[in-house]
Design a protein around this ligand. Structure first.
Ligand code: ADE
Length: 240
């Protein structure tokens, strides 16, 4: 998969790409990421990418010209062109899986008060937000997209089934995890996890995932894939 990130802060994004899981995915050739400096598509000596808003008011607006030239230069014919902005649809795990299915993503990082509306009309396929809050720009959001999407690529996350079991993948939060020591400050690892009984462990994990979701994010239960046994467990947890 190929991801291109268009930004006025290439160095900010570059430092992130070397680190951790994303860096490994790139080193292993599963993912290629190209960082594109929007300013290199400006036409003046000062490499200007913003201007005052028509209609007045404070703040600056990103000019259409550099964006149009950048996108027409870097995006392949089948690329998915995504603008990161607080006006976008909310990113969730389902969207991440969908984005991972594109051969090429172009992530456009907006800044300042906004981007000239004609950029949306002419070179944006979809607009995404990472949450209902305002960042100084789309760079951090683009990094969120790169990291979440790269986890979905085959062979990037170590254990074969570890992405399948991720929180959210099945619509539930994750179950609790434990490692050695067996007891710490009086708190014991649940007995069932030491039993070697795989079916009992799986049943415990499912139950604890249901419990965690019910306690922390009950809103997720409406969209989760639940069977009769899950519904019975939930009723019991609710004290019904
Ligand atoms: N740019 C500014 N705020 C943002 C947000 N919440 N999500 C994506 N891009 C943004």
């Amino acid at each position: 998969m190929q991801i291109k990130i268009v930004t006025i802060f290439p160095e900010l994004v570059e430092s992130f790409l070397g680190a951790s899981l994303v860096g490994k995915a790139i080193a292993a050739g599963k993912l290629a990421v190209e960082v594109v400096d929007l300013r290199s598509f400006a036409r003046d000596r000062h490499r200007t990418v913003d201007d005052v808003p028509y209609g007045g008011g404070g703040g600056m607006v990103m000019k259409a010209g550099p964006w149009l030239r950048a996108l027409r230069s870097v995006a392949g014919p089948d690329a998915r062109r995504v603008l990161l902005s607080p006006q976008g649809a909310r990113l969730d795990e389902r969207k991440v899986v969908e984005l991972a299915g594109w051969g090429e993503l172009v992530l456009m990082c907006g800044r300042y008060e906004g981007v000239d509306e004609r950029v949306r009309d002419l070179v944006v396929d979809e607009e995404l937000s990472i949450g209902d809050y305002v960042l100084a720009g789309g760079e951090v959001a683009a990094m969120v997209v790169v990291e979440t999407v790269s986890r979905q690529l085959p062979g990037v996350v170590g254990l074969g089934d570890s992405v399948e079991n991720d929180s959210f993948r099945r619509g539930l939060l994750d179950y609790p995890h434990f490692t050695r020591p067996r007891e710490i400050e009086g708190r014991e690892v649940p007995e069932v996890l030491l039993s070697g009984d795989h079916a009992a462990v799986a049943a415990w994990r499912r139950r604890e995932a249901l419990r965690a979701t019910l306690e922390k994010r009950p809103d997720l239960l409406a969209g989760a894939a639940l069977d009769d046994e899950d519904r019975r467990i939930l009723a019991a947890l609710r004290g019904e």
